[in-house]
Design a protein around this ligand. Structure first.
Ligand code: PLP
Length: 340
C-alpha cells in the first residue's frame, strides 16, 4: 500500500508553495502489531519547509490574498512554535512579503536559526513550548495580536489557532490523500494536537467517508518538550479544535520519556529520522493498539529530526555519531541531508 509521492521518486526537495502536499504514505516494516494492524506513516517532512505546517501556512497565505487582507508590501505576523513560521517565511520570501514571528524562547536553537536564516524577525516570548491559548500578556499569541491591532494595513496575522483555512488545508489535502492512498481502507487515524487543524481536518474528512473510522488524538504531558504539540490541561483549547472537537474519539497522553524512547525505536527499527512528535504519536499508538479494530492504522509524522539535534542530545536520544549516521543514511530523508 506504500504510495510514493513524486518528490520521493525524484529525490528533489520541494521548495515552492505550489508543491505542498502529496506526501508519501509508507509501511512501517519492523514496527508490527500483528498481520491485521499495519501501521502506515504519512511522512510530512516531504513538504516544502520540511513539515506538515506547509499545508496550513500556504492555505492561510492564499486565503489572506484572496480576501484582500494580505497585499504586497505587508508583513505577515504569526505566533508559532516553529514549523508554521518556517513555512510562512519560505512562502513569504517566494511571494515578496516580510515576516515577523512571535516564538516561545524554549523552541530549539536550530528552529530559531532556521527562522532567522529564512529572513524572519523573531519576537521571543516566555511562553510554553506550544504558544499558550488564553489570557495573558507575555505570550506569543497575545503579543502578535497586540502588535498588529492598530496596523491592519501593515500586518496580516493568519492566526493558525482560529483560521478556518488551517482546518481546510487538511480537510481538502491530507484527509483525501490518506483516503486515496489507503484505497478507503483506513480504520484508525492517530496524530498529535497542536492547533487541532490536522486532527479535525483529516478526522472530519475520513468520518464523512466512513463514520466507523476511529480518530485518536495524542497530547504530551504537562510541561513537555515535544515541539508543536499541546497539553490541553495546561493550555486552553484553540478555537479551531473547539469547532470540531467531537470528531475525536479518544485522547491519549504520553510522556516525554515515552516519546523520545519511540524516536529511538523508529531510528533503530525502521531506519527513520523522525521529529519528537512522531515519537509521541507512536507512543500513543502503543497504548491503544490492543483496543483497535483490525485494518490499516495511519499515523502522522509531522517533521523530521533535522531541527532537534540539540534536543536529542539533551534527552540522550542519540549519540552524536548515531544522529549523524541517521541524518545521512536514514530511509526517506527527503534529500535534506545537508540541513543538519
Ligand atoms: C511537528 C508537528 N507540529 C504540530 C503538530 C500538530 O498539528 P496541528 O497544529 O494541526 O494540531 C503535529 C502533529 O502531528 C506535528 O507533528
Amino acid at each position: 500500500m506504500d504510495v510514493p509521492a513524486a518528490s520521493l521518486q525524484e529525490n528533489v526537495e520541494p521548495t515552492s508553495i505550489k508543491q505542498v502536499g502529496n506526501t508519501p504514505l509508507v509501511h512501517l516494516t519492523h514496527f508490527r502489531f500483528g498481520d491485521e494492524k499495519d501501521v502506515l506513516a504519512k511522512l510530512e517532512w516531504f513538504n516544502p519547509a520540511g513539515s506538515l505546517k506547509a499545508r496550513p501556512a500556504s492555505s492561510m497565505i492564499l486565503a489572506g490574498e484572496n480576501r484582500g487582507v494580505l497585499k504586497k508590501g505587508m508583513t505577515i505576523m504569526e505566533p508559532t512554535s516553529g514549523n508554521t513560521g518556517i513555512a510562512i517565511a519560505k512562502f513569504a520570501r517566494e511571494l515578496g512579503y516580510k515576516v515577523e514571528l512571535a516564538v516561545p524562547e524554549r523552541i530549539s536553537s536550530e528552529t530559531k536559526e532556521t527562522l532567522l536564516s529564512g529572513g524572519a524577525k523573531l519576537l521571543v516570548t516566555e511562553d510554553d513550548l506550544c504558544p499558550r491559548v488564553g489570557p495573558g500578556t507575555d505570550q506569543s499569541i497575545a503579543l502578535a495580536g497586540a502588535l498588529i491591532l492598530n496596523h491592519p494595513d501593515q500586518y496580516y496575522m493568519p492566526n493558525q489557532y482560529e483560521n478556518e483555512a488551517n482546518f481546510l488545508s487538511h480537510y481538502r489535502g491530507t484527509g483525501p490523500e490518506i483516503w486515496e492512498q489507503t484505497h478507503g481502507k483506513v480504520k484508525t487515524f492517530i496524530t498529535g494536537i497542536g492547533t487541532g487543524g490536522t486532527i479535525t481536518g483529516v478526522g472530519t474528512y475520513l468520518k464523512e467517508n466512513n463514520s466507523s473510522i476511529r480518530v485518536i488524538a495524542v497530547q504530551p504531558q504537562k510541561n513537555h518538550h515535544i515541539q508543536g504539540l499541546r497539553n490541553l490541561d495546561e493550555s486552553e483549547m484553540p478555537e479551531i479544535l473547539k469547532r470540531r472537537y467531537n470528531v475525536i474519539d479518544e485522547t491519549i497522553t504520553v510522556s516525554d520519556d515515552e516519546s523520545f524512547h519511540m524516536v529511538n525505536e523508529l531510528a533503530n527499527n525502521e531506519n527513520l529520522f523522525p521529529g519528537p512528535s512522531s515519537g509521541a504519536v507512536m507512543a500513543g499508538l502503543q497504548k491503544v493498539i490492543g483496543s483497535l479494530d483490525h485494518g490499516p492504522i495511519v499515523v502522522i509524522f509531522g517533521d523530521d529530526a533535522s531541527k532537534y539535534k540539540s534536543v536529542y542530545r539533551e534527552f540522550g536520544v542519540f549519540t552524536a555519531e548515531a544522529y549523524e549516521k541517521l541524518r545521512v543514511n536514514s530511509r526517506f530523508n527527503a534529500s535534506r541531508k545537508t540541513n543538519s
